[in-house]
Write a protein that binds this ligand. Structure first.
Ligand code: UDP
Length: 500
């Protein structure tokens, strides 16, 4: 078969993307798939009905605009006790349902493998949570590229913990220790690191071991990052892992240039009233408070946030998950009262459920962000040139906090002390006075704050250049596509093995 086209270019590369089913992974992988399609790759995204619903419209727009991109929807299997349509792990997913969703995904593995065989892609891009896909790609003789969620810095920090176990050499959970071997001197406490480094036979530690092994055997890794943000950690990571990686970030800015793409990213229905409210506010005067797509704070913490925001004296937009009536202990009424009060005083705006984050971040009235340090939000906030109050909760967020505060100098820590499993908060509550104080520092006009703003503006400028022709992420993507084309050509020209 000949694969050289009339213009001497190889025929179009065909790719399959398989995103994971939580928004913090699904959203960037869909963005990356669209970026590949923007650059001439024929892309199919495989997912399930409830997941496709949140991004199909942007794929339709791309496809109508001439890009070769489509979705392939696979029915989610019926699992005993799992309500129909519950196919995503997010803030509304009850904890005991997450394992059932995993069960459904493992049933789908055979179907996904069959689709890879039927569609015959030239390469696959699959989320880190599908480690089996490295073998599926090997069977087909094609590259598997892994999407690694998280920053290079967090990955490097976790490697440091695994390699040197510094947390085992301190006497208490509150004593800080240095993360050895990293490009910067960074300190953490044992209470801030994930359980999997501390708890013997932790199930997630086992899962991560399998994921890391599959990463090492993959063709390479994709990161939603850019060289100017964390180049030192990129080099460090490549060295310790001994693998290739490419940066394609910030993915949000690269592909969501259309107003509808920005507004609908990650969700179908979003409320609009906030825009009129924000339009009435002065430049840089409003703080945007959002804890990502997975967070579900307990009542006591919501109450502290509400008071902290009011005490700060600054205007705010707060994204809050609607309280489930069946579990409401009176907090629902408290929040409604709070909403009425801040609407009355015109000090705040509550967005229930899901906010169109990209559109809000680029509004000139927004002057700072309170974040849980999820890496997508970090990239989006840096791109928007906004400093942050860092309030890490779980996953790799405490490492990102160190990076934002100690390395980049663009974050103010709220003083969150304890890593928890997803939505398990224990007695750890961040107090209203700490919240108000951190917001005061973030939004004030002291020299330190101006310095944070200068630093984040420089990073934002670099982010914008990175995705332009000739920029670091642009070149990284082009280089990868070129490499994949060569791989395809070599594969086609490789002589078949003689039959014995
Ligand atoms: N997001 C959003 N609106 C919301 C909450 C989250 O658009 O109300 C998006 C946000 O822009 C980001 C993603 O969801 O792209 C969340 O990813 P992140 O890594 O920040 O945190 P996670 O949800 O994985 O904890």
């Amino acid at each position: 078969m000949e694969v050289v086209g009339v213009d001497g270019e190889t025929e179009m590369l065909k790719a399959i993307f398989l995103p994971f089913v939580s928004p913090g992974h699904l959203i960037p992988v869909v963005d990356i798939a669209r970026i590949f399609a923007m650059h001439g790759v024929d892309v199919t995204i495989i997912t399930t009905p409830a997941n496709v619903a949140v991004f199909q419209s942007s794929i339709d727009r791309d496809s109508n605009g001439g890009h070769f991109i489509r979705t392939h929807v696979v029915k989610f299997p019926q699992i005993a006790g799992l309500p129909e349509g519950m196919e995503s792990i997010n803030a509304s997913t009850p904890k005991d349902m997450a394992s059932k969703i995993y069960e459904g995904l493992s049933i789908l593995e055979g179907k996904f493998r069959q689709l890879f065989r039927d569609m015959q892609p030239d390469f696959i891009v699959t989320d880190m949570f599908y480690p089996w896909s490295v073998d599926a790609a090997a069977e087909l003789g094609i590259p598997r590229i892994i999407y690694v969620g998280g920053t290079y810095m967090a990955q490097s920090a976790m490697d440091s913990l695994e390699r040197f176990a510094p947390h085992t050499k301190v006497d208490s959970d509150d004593h800080s220790f240095l993360l050895p071997g990293l490009p910067h001197k960074l300190e953490m406490t044992r209470s801030q690191i994930p359980d999997r480094f501390k708890v013997p036979n932790d199930a997630y530690a086992y899962q991560m071991k399998i994921i890391k092994e599959s990463e090492k055997r993959s063709y390479g890794s994709l990161f939603n990052s850019f060289h100017e943000l964390e180049g030192a950690y990129e080099e460090h990571y490549k060295t310790v892992m001994g693998t290739k990686s490419w940066n394609v970030g910030p993915v949000s800015a690269w592909v969501n240039q259309d107003a509808s793409d920005k507004a609908e990213r990650g969700h179908t229905k979003v409320e609009q009233g906030w825009l009129t409210w924000l339009d009435s506010k002065k430049e840089n005067s409003v703080v945007y408070v959002c804890f990502g797509s997975m967070n579900n704070f307990p009542a006591a913490q919501l109450v502290e946030i509400a008071h902290g925001l009011e005490e700060s004296g600054h205007d705010f937009i707060w994204v809050v998950k609607k309280i489930d009536e069946s579990q409401d202990d009176g907090t629902g009424a408290f929040l409604e009262e709070f909403e009425k009060r801040v609407q009355g005083s015109n000090k705040g705006y509550v967005i229930w459920g899901w906010a169109p984050q990209l559109v809000i971040l680029e509004h000139p009235a927004i002057g700072g962000v309170v974040t849980h340090c999820g890496m997508n939000t970090v990239l989006e906030t840096v791109d928007a040139a906004l400093p942050m109050v860092t309030w890490p909760l779980f996953a790799e967020q405490f490492f990102n906090e160190r990076f934002l505060v100690d390395v980049l100098g663009i974050g103010v820590s709220v003083g969150s002390k304890k890593w928890s499993n997803w939505n398990e908060f224990g007695n750890e509550i961040v107090k209203r006075e700490d919240i108000a104080k951190a917001i005061g520092l973030l939004m004030g006009d002291g020299e330190e704050n101006l310095e944070r703003r200068r630093k984040v503006k420089a990073l934002s400028d670099a982010a914008k250049k990175a995705i332009q022709p000739g920029g670091s992420s642009y070149n990284s993507l082009k280089g990868l596509i070129q490499e994949l084309k060569s791989f395809k050509l070599q594969k086609v020209h490789r002589k078949p093995e003689p039959v014995a």
